[in-house]
Write a protein that binds this ligand. Structure first.
Ligand code: PQS
Length: 399
């Protein structure tokens, strides 16, 4: 008898349409429940949305490679939208060398040394915000904090930091299709692109900062002098928009769940876990792609070589096979195992600093603020791969 290939469910959906980006969860459920692998004809794309399959795609780096890009574009057939990242868009052995360097620069030991500075900034920020009570939570809180502490840590001057927002928006849009969102963000970014590259140079970086530590790895010959500015670029690409929207989303979620906020307020030691549960509940990074290096099989489904595979991280983080009551935001849940930071050799190298930022913001909030209320509807900022926010009108009620 002839072997019959397992039928792949085909779903006519555009995960990058405005409607889906604004409210993806119904689509996530359809894709996740249709099968372990689903095919989206519009983009000629295989998709995994269950936790187990997402985990296995992300950890099997030999079959699911990154060097052909981790967005929809296949760099074997299309030019990259910018010179490739040495970290994100690379495979071993090239990846291994630079990952070793940046892992050391972002190690728990280095990052711990920043903790007091981050705490002092959170302290003074909330004191200022509490005098106003009515705040615009995106600009004044979610953007303010990471745009201060992270570029400070990297060693960047203060002037012009808003350019990083235009850069991040473009980088994360570029992981999706070449739609209007991408084109517009590219237009907005172009005038500041030279600012970004100039600030990756050694002379733009304060001695002792994270950027300078990268250059020291070039001094010892561990990486080449040409690689150093490209690794600093990775800080500027991936370190700002991500944490901003992680904080913005968890603030929105807490404002919508006053009972959960009350638990955090009563016990600020829940801050770290609350941030983690917030990441699971609203995955800041929604989508990431790989490319098959060879024919592969996922749960009986055959995928040819050189095909794009999309992991729906936000769907995996609400997979009922993994999480009881997945659509419930519960600060007492143990959310360990969510995939918002990816998994495997490309798992987020900045996750220690991202978690520290989130923890410190939420712990300071919990101590100083009795209630957090939404005073008008929030507005989302649509991005092809980030779950982002434009405005978040909040009232902070002092403790
Ligand atoms: C870079 C590294 C990581 C870089 C998707 C992409 C990224 C999270 C989700 C990201 C972007 C850029 N992070 O090395 O430039």
């Amino acid at each position: 008898m002839e072997a019959v290939a397992t039928q792949i469910p085909r779903i006519d959906v555009d995960p990058f349409s405005d409607d889906m980006l604004d409210e993806p969860y119904a689509m996530h459920e359809i894709v996740r429940e249709a099968g372990p692998v689903v095919f989206i004809p519009k983009y000629d794309l295989h998709v995994v949305a269950r936790h187990a399959q997402v985990q296995s795609v992300l950890t099997n780096w030999e079959s699911f490679i990154s060097s052909a890009g981790v967005g929809l574009a296949n760099f074997r057939h299309e030019a990259p939208f910018r010179p490739k990242s040495l970290l994100l868009e690379a495979d071993p052995p090239d990846h291994t060398v630079v990952r070793t360097v940046i892992s050391r620069v972002m190690s728990p030991k280095t990052i711990q040394q920043l903790r007091d500075l981050f705490e002092a900034e959170a302290e003074s920020m909330f004191d200022r915000l509490l005098e106003k009570r009515q705040i615009e939570g995106v600009k004044e809180l979610a953007e303010h904090f990471p745009l201060k502490v992270f570029p400070d840590a990297v060693g960047l001057e203060t002037e012009g930091r808003d350019n990083l927002l235009l850069y991040g928006d473009m980088v994360f849009n570029a992981l999706g299709p070449r739609n209007e969102l991408f084109e517009k963000s590219m237009e907005r970014f172009k005038p500041v692109s030279s600012w970004v590259m100039d600030h990756c140079e050694r002379k733009a970086l304060r001695p002792g900062g994270l950027g300078h530590l990268i250059y020291q790895a070039a001094d010892t010959g561990e990486i080449t002098p040409e690689q150093a500015p490209m690794l600093v670029r990775s800080f500027l690409s991936a370190g700002v928009d991500t944490t901003i929207n992680g904080i913005a989303n968890v603030l929105l979620t807490l404002a919508r769940h006053p009972g959960e906020y009350a638990k955090l307020h009563a016990n600020p030691a829940l801050a770290r876990q609350t941030f983690e549960e917030g990441l699971r509940y609203e995955s800041i990074v929604q989508t990431i792609f790989r490319t098959t290096s060879r024919p592969v099989e996922i749960d009986g489904v055959q995928i040819d070589a050189d095909r794009k595979v999309l992991s729906l991280l936000g769907a995996a983080n609400r997979d009922p096979r993994k999480w009881p009551e997945p659509n419930r935001f519960n600060v007492e849940r143990n959310p360990v195992g969510h995939v918002v930071f990816g998994a495997g050799i490309h798992g987020c190298v900045g996750q220690i600093i991202a978690r520290m930022e989130g923890e410190i913001v939420l712990r300071t909030l919990a101590r100083k603020v009795k209630r957090i209320e939404l005073t008008a509807r929030h507005e989302r900022h649509l991005n092809n791969s980030l779950r982002a926010m434009r405005t978040l009108p909040l009232e902070l009620v002092p403790a």
